[in-house]
Design a protein around this ligand. Sequence first.
Ligand SMILES: Cc1cc2nc3c(=O)[nH]c(=O)nc-3n(C[C@H](O)[C@H](O)[C@H](O)COP(=O)(O)OP(=O)(O)OC[C@H]3O[C@@H](n4cnc5c(N)ncnc54)[C@H](O)[C@@H]3O)c2cc1C
Length: 381
Amino acid sequence: MKKTAEIVIIGGGMAGLATAYNLATMGMKDIVVCEKSYLMSGSTGRCGAGVRAQWGTEMNCLLGKASIEIFENLNEILDYEGDIEFKQGGYLLMAITEKEVEQFKKNIALQNSLGIKSVLLTPQEALDIVPELNIEGILACAFHQKDGHANPFHTMIAYAEAAKRLGVEINTFTEVTGIIVENNRVKGVRTNKGDIMTDKILIAAGAWSRDIGAMAGVDIPVRPERHQILVTEPVNPKLGPMIMSFAGNIYLQQEPGGEFIMGFGPAEHETYSVTSTWDFIETMCKKAVRYLPYMKNIRIVRQWSGLYEMSPDAQPILGKADGVEGVYIATGYSGHGFMFGPITGVLMAQYILGMPTSIPIDKLDLGRFERGELIFEPSVV
Ligand SMILES: Cc1cc2nc3c(=O)[nH]c(=O)nc-3n(C[C@H](O)[C@H](O)[C@H](O)COP(=O)(O)OP(=O)(O)OC[C@H]3O[C@@H](n4cnc5c(N)ncnc54)[C@H](O)[C@@H]3O)c2cc1C
């Protein structure tokens, strides 16, 4: 393991690896990634891996749209011999309350103004896209064909291999246990395998980011929230888009291999627990069958859970810490860090290198919480 580095990136998930790769392509040398377990052991290896541009805040729309453009070409960009399996079957968002219909109209106007070609559909029109959808209780739908789904494991292997080819050192089972700060400047990180001297760190530690921030004396208001998810046996492809309801609290999609992946967002207390429950399976099955009655004959093969890294306004925290020189932050994705990963990797690399960012990220800085400049994202499960 290197003893000195130009930057130490803490976290071997989507945020850390995508930023490491982009920093290396932009010319930074001596990039070291420290991951306390195996790569993708955090949320990235546990996620639903849906990718969408249909959001309710301008910032999230821009991040989603730009990431989709990268996902479309990611095999080539990363020179990956495998396939990240990016399938663009769209997202069909279902409104079940009048308030949601109004919100969808606002969202679509915003999205269209940013070049995202989403449309509002009647429930009857939604049947052209998902003929087996039970439209009872659905008042309207929003649809964007370019949204989709990728394979998170292939995506991360592709980033990690590309980063390594460019000289990035990736240390797994290397836990950061402390940050050395002198005179309000980062001087290094302590790990279970020894110290690495550096004047820059990137906190990309997902749901654990608050703990890492505390090691440097920086408060990052990210809390862990357990989300459960399950996968079924593979069956013949039937479902094109991801179907999702915010008020109904469900997302459900079919992978290219035929398995259905689905989850919902129970309100849970702050926890690092990633255990699974029977209650989840029972409620999940009822929700799935309510929208797609044919699901009742499909068997579940596995369930697991992972952590959302929730920020107070459900939008990412990108930038640096005021007060301690050399602390950069890419976290707080609030359950959407897989899809935002490709573009935030680019933006964080530009930012760390002092270049203008291709999308302005100043509104996503850590200071917004103290300034009270939160813009709440309404379109989350
Ligand atoms: C059930 C579920 C479904 C989801 N579905 C979607 C979806 O459909 N689309 C989407 O975009 N997102 C989804 N997400 C969210 C997505 O998984 C996360 O937002 C994203 O993976 C965050 O990536 P990250 O790199 O910031 O964090 P992580 O992948 O969690 O990586 C952080 C890493 O930091 C490491 N770490 C922590 N502490 C230390 C330390 N002290 N030293 C060294 N390393 C440390 C951890 O081990 C971890 O590997 C879902 C999440 C869950 C749980």
